[in-house]
Design a binder for this molecule. Structure first.
Ligand code: ATP
Length: 218
């Protein structure tokens, strides 16, 4: 039965039911990737997404919401914070401080914001860029049985061949080194050997079959 449309309220019984369903939806698997700069996190997570399909998998970048939230709270132009003009330079130092303050108040803040969008409605969350222990703790504590941590391991020489140059202040900072001494559920060696990478992707595929997200072997 349709009820009268009323702004801010649910206006049909069957819609109420569907909305509740959406709000109650939780992922069936959370794959949390980390790795050094140029290790291949984006490359591998995009490969996985192509393999399993965008209807099943959402790629979620934890680094995404920082600028958006900062712009929102400070009433700034978000688009201009993203472009390559000098606009963002006026705010860079303050934005870094603001991000640290937010994390100190609530270590899961950016994880929570990043997983509030449309991609988070998919069954499999591919978190492409965990950088801190608190990122991993957030997913392990909120989704204990379904979170798998995956480290992309790549030799320095391979990273250099992909354009990596050690930059003091970046490559020795917490955002690069915060997960150096953590045990991961799985490692992917990504030194450019396709057969080795394929075997790791198959292992992830088997994992998704085992939790009944994928049906049988492809
Ligand atoms: N297995 C691979 N085979 C071929 N090219 C690869 C492979 N892995 C990564 N690359 C290439 O290496 C470069 C760096 O990879 P990518 O951007 O995925 O790294 P990243 O870990 O996401 O880096 P950053 O942390 O700097 O964003 C890209 O050009 C990517 O296409």
């Amino acid at each position: 039965m349709l009820l009268k449309r009323n702004p801010g309220r649910i206006f049909a019984e069957n819609v109420t039911y569907k909305l509740k369903e959406v709000m109650a939806t939780r992922p069936k698997a959370v794959l949390v990737f980390s790795g050094k700069r140029k290790s291949g996190k984006d490359f591998i997570t995009e490969r996985l997404m192509e393999r399993f399909g965008a209807e099943i998998c959402g790629i979620i970048r934890l680094s995404g919401p920082l600028k958006q939230q900062y712009a929102l709270e400070k009433s700034l132009d978000f688009a201009r914070l993203l472009d390559s003009t000098s606009y963002k330079e006026q705010f860079r130092a303050d934005m870094i401080r603001w991000g640290e303050d937010k994390r100190n108040q609530d270590p899961g803040f950016f994880c929570q914001v990043a997983t509030s969008g449309d991609e988070a409605k998919k069954s499999v969350w591919i978190i492409s860029d965990a950088r801190r222990k608190t990122d991993i703790e957030y997913f392990k504590s909120n989704f204990p049985d379904i979170t798998k941590t995956i480290r992309v391991v790549t030799s320095d020489s391979t990273r250099q061949s992909r354009g990596f140059v050690f930059t003091p202040g970046v490559d020795d900072a917490e955002s690069e080194c915060g997960l150096d001494n953590v045990d991961f559920d799985m490692e992917i060696i990504n030194n450019g050997d396709d057969a080795v990478l394929e075997k790791s992707l198959q292992d992830i595929e088997h994992l998704l079959v085992s939790v009944k997200i994928l049906q049988g072997e492809r």
